[in-house]
Design a binder for this molecule. Structure first.
Ligand code: NFE
Ligand code: MG
Length: 567
């Protein structure tokens, strides 16, 4: 038995440590730990709830926007504000563009190098690479000259020893299966996607002034004015500009991302047999399609247990609890119970070893993440959960795309419950959203022709609120189900709790000893070389970890955590 420690896991946001036992070439036990401590929930106490979104948005710079959305929805739910249609449509466009950009970045810049060997790309034949690329897509940048130029660029990096983000990887590992030409094609698209994502996210500057951390959010609506006839508003010119940006995004996703995903996946279908995890999937639902109190959602909410796609249960927010038996916190009532977020507590209690350390006490407390549970069970959240719930709920486009991806890979639906299924679901979701966005833009253009309202003024003044009220805000962030819970007293925040996608997925064992989704997904993962645990990274990265989101508490004692010496 070998104990493998991966710390820090790179190509993620934040600080994640995986400890695993490897027996007979496969993972037999695993622990997921967030070793970073930071935060926001406690500094919100006593503040104006209308300001909370601006603080919470800064929980993370990767999923910028998502904590702003969850926060304004929680406060609106508490005070009874109703955003008008323009605000709903602006938000849908902001959320969807965030998700599309984030997923493309994840595929190319955070995950691809687990499957793509850059060093092998150096020996590819550019002419054969061009034939391969042209056989899977009519994307224009596919000539032998183009691929030769990319290859030279990478060679120059290597010869100058300037590998940058490509240094310290497991190049040449036996688990890399792509032919040299597929590796070169993927490297070329890695570089193209860098430019693409920078261009596309300018849509956030139009919709909210800047990215990251848009400034156009407002409790009760939006602070981005819409008026077809005003220069300083979202007008017909900005609508036309966004239409162009959305069309180009859809083009890149359709002609580059999806063909690459299918090409890479076809060499790794064995990964449909690994990484399944807990088999329970939770979705809060997203993209309200109308302005009623219970709007129709483009991606439906729901719960799937034990991989049963025929029985999607309704989501019940009362069934959420957070446990801390194995987390560096304590609860006033003892560590064995779970607390609903409305009664949530954030009481840090670090009992781990002083760094640097060899091992965590994985029988005791070992993470800054809590362990969220639904009806007592661990749940996977994220693109796979969303696509499974949409598929099981009869979403026509999702059913069609899932069917077509399975056909192309010549596999059955059981492969969805795996590392490969997670990667495929993220691609499918990106395409479905890139296709849907233009519709929301059309609705915005049509609505603002006769309705300039962007805000519910009735509920702006705290004097219009109940003296005590509480609310929950739900959102589907790129990495999954995100909830904020707020309790307001006399116009100020009394308690605030965030339960975040990466907390669901990366959390440690609960009081009953049940593993979290990362931990469960790692069981059975093959490890060819314990000194180069590439396969562990594949499964962990397939969830797209974000520890900045997952840990969002603050050290109230202001202890010194690290001292940095600058020579
Ligand atoms: Ni910081 Fe975030 C949230 C997580 S979502 S990345 O909420 O987990 O994509
Ligand atoms: Mg929390």
């Amino acid at each position: 038995m070998t104990r493998v420690v991966v710390d820090p896991v790179t190509r993620i946001e934040g600080h994640l440590r995986i400890e695993a036992e490897v027996n007979g070439g496969a993972v037999s036990e695993a622990w997921s730990s967030s070793t970073m401590f930071r935060g926001v929930e406690l500094i919100l106490k006593g503040r104006d709830p209308r300001d909370a979104w601006a603080f919470t948005q800064r929980i993370c710079g990767v999923c910028t926007t998502v904590h702003a959305i969850a926060s304004i929805r929680a406060v609106e739910n508490a005070i009874g504000a109703s955003p008008p249609p323009n605000a709903r449509l602006l938000r849908n466009l902001i959320i969807a563009s965030q998700c599309v950009q984030d997923h493309v970045i994840h595929f190319y810049h955070l995950h691809a190098l687990d499957w793509v060997d850059i060093v092998s790309a150096l020996s590819a034949d550019p002419a054969k690479t061009a034939s391969l690329a042209q056989s899977i897509s009519d994307w224009p940048l596919s000539s032998a000259t183009h691929f030769a130029a990319v290859q030279n660029r990478v060679k120059n990096f290597v010869e100058r020893g300037q590998l940058g983000p490509f240094a310290n990887a497991y190049w040449g590992h036996s688990a890399y299966k792509l032919p040299a030409e597929a590796n070169l094609m993927a490297v070329a698209h890695y570089l193209e996607a860098l430019d693409w994502q920078r261009e596309f996210i300018r849509i956030h500057a139009v919709l909210g002034g800047k990215n990251p951390h848009l400034q156009g959010f407002l409790v009760g609506g939006a602070a981005t004015p819409v008026d077809p006839d005003q220069q300083a508003s979202i007008n017909m010119g900005s609508i036309a500009g966004m239409r162009d940006m959305i069309a180009r995004a859809r083009d890149f996703v359709t002609r580059v991302y999806i063909p690459d995903l299918l090409a890479v996946a076809s060499f790794y279908t064995d990964w449909a047999g690994y990484g399944g995890g807990v088999g329970n999937y939770l979705v809060y639902g997203e993209y309200p399609e109308d302005d009623g109190p219970q709007p129709q959602l483009f991606f439906p909410s729901g719960v799937i247990r034990n991989r049963d796609l025929t029985a999607v249960e309704p989501f019940d927010p009362e069934k959420i609890t957070e446990h801390i038996k194995h987390s560096w916190y304590d609860y006033a009532g003892g560590d064995d119970g779970g607390l609903h977020p409305f009664n949530g507590e954030t009481r840090p209690n670090y009992t781990g070893p002083e760094p640097p350390y060899e091992r965590l006490d994985t029988d005791g407390k070992y993470s800054w993440l809590k362990s969220p549970r639904y009806d007592g069970e661990p749940m996977e959240v994220g693109p796979l959960s969303r696509m499974l719930v949409a598929y099981g709920s009869g979403h026509p486009r999702v059913q069609e795309l899932v069917g077509s991806v399975l056909d192309k890979l010549k596999v059955g639906p059981e492969v969805l419950f795996s590392t490969l299924g997670r990667v495929a679901a993220r691609g499918i979701e990106t395409l479905v959203l890139a296709e849907r966005m233009e519709g929301w833009l059309d609705e915005l253009a049509a609505n603002m022709a006769s309705d300039l309202r962007i805000h519910d003024n009735e509920k702006w003044e705290p004097s219009s609120w109940p003296s005590e009220c509480s609310g929950a805000g739900f959102h589907e962030a790129p990495r999954g189900a995100l909830g904020h819970w707020v309790h307001i007293e006399d116009g100020a925040i009394r308690n605030y709790q965030c339960v975040v996608p990466s907390t669901w997925n990366a959390g440690p064992r609960d009081a009953a000893g049940k593993r979290g989704p990362y931990e469960e997904a790692l069981l059975g993962t093959p490890v060819a070389d314990a000194g180069q645990p590439l396969e562990i990274l594949r499964t962990v990265h397939s969830f797209d970890p974000c520890m900045a989101c997952g840990v969002h508490v603050v050290d109230t004692k202001r202890r010194e955590l690290a001292r940095v010496r600058i020579p």
